[in-house]
Ligand binder design. Structure first.
Ligand code: HEC
Length: 287
């Protein structure tokens, strides 16, 4: 597509919504944010969304050739300066094609942008988060759930938007049990996970209360460190838990042997969403 065409039209298709986008924008149940990483502007370092867990994240996809994106940059900078102390992370995901780092750096410096800028020249962002065009913005809460999406321009300082952001900042990554009302969507997700673990037979080998079964108890598992039979120790983060479910034979925790779980439970038969739901449930047992 010619560059001029992009300049004038891409952000307009931004208003087309795909795959449940509209529904989630209207306050439907929050969804778990997918795994996503991109290169930090001007470096070789890969940044992951998961590393921002515990903070509230405003994730904004933008391009230098997109006028409405440019217009909203100062607003994002303003909201970032005002709320970073309270745990707000703003990430501008720049999707300019090719090796445009220099141009983007010049641009960002000119605008005096202090929040993080990541580079995603192939716009994997669009696929991952199911959005078309830029600007597109997501608000991710401290638990890693997408609580709101904006396709097209959004003014983070507008009363309604600010209210949503402040609400997310206000809810500390506290225990679900301690704050059941504020965590309705979260609770429903956890309940689904529990039901799924039961249906899939996971609970025949794994307990949720610390009791040893054929497999390790899930209580307090997420976030702890695993000693693997190959000598490595790894943090049981979301990526690890996902691997442990999908490819149970790849990493084996000490004290167990290969094939015990894989034999009984071919994780390949679980859908991506089911795996996410199970991981979410596991994480809830560490809160
Ligand atoms: C037949 C018993 C059995 C069933 C059923 C089973 N597991 Fe396991 N699971 C194990 C054993 C044994 C291990 C430890 C060996 C290993 O790491 O693979 C394990 C390990 C795990 C781990 C990593 C634990 C750690 O200490 O890091 C996770 C996560 C896990 N299972 C999730 C699940 C989920 C989700 C299901 C259901 C979809 C399930 N398991 C079903 C036996 C089972």
């Amino acid at each position: 597509m010619a560059k001029r065409m992009k300049n004038t039209h891409i952000w307009m298709i931004a208003l087309i919504m795909v795959n449940g986008f509209a529904a989630s924008a209207c306050g439907a149940e929050p969804q778990l944010a997918p795994e996503y990483s991109a290169r930090v502007l001007g470096s070789e370092q890969e940044a992951t969304l998961a590393s921002l867990r515990g903070q509230v994240v405003l994730l904004n996809a933008w391009a230098t050739w997109c006028p409405p994106c440019r217009e909203e940059m100062p607003d994002f900078e303003a909201i970032y300066t005002s709320y970073k102390e309270q745990g707000l992370a703003v990430v501008g995901v720049n999707i300019d094609e090719g090796e445009a780092d220099d141009e983007v750096i010049r641009y960002v410096q000119g605008m005096k942008i202090g929040f993080s800028i990541w580079r995603d020249p192939n716009n994997r962002f669009g696929k991952r988060f199911r959005v078309l065009g830029v600007p597109a913005t997501l608000l991710i809460n401290r638990e890693g759930m997408i609580v709101r999406r904006w396709q097209g321009p959004m003014d983070p300082g507008a009363a309604d938007n600010l209210k949503t952001i402040k609400a997310a900042l206000g809810s500390a990554p506290a225990s679900i049990a301690a704050n059941p009302q504020a965590q309705d969507g979260e609770l429903a997700a956890v309940r689904r996970g529990r039901r799924l673990a039961d249906q899939r037979g996971c609970l025949t080998c794994h307990s949720s209360d610390g009791t040893q079964g054929m497999g390790p108890s899930w209580k307090g598992l997420a976030g702890s460190t695993a000693q693997l039979t190959d000598g490595r120790s790894v943090l049981r983060d979301r990526a690890y838990l996902t691997r442990a479910i999908v490819d149970p034979d790849v990493e084996i925790v000490t004290g167990y042997s290969e094939g015990m779980m894989a034999g009984a439970m071919p994780g390949k038969r679980l859908s991506k969403i089911e795996v996410e739901t199970l991981v979410r449930y596991l994480e809830s047992l560490s809160q």
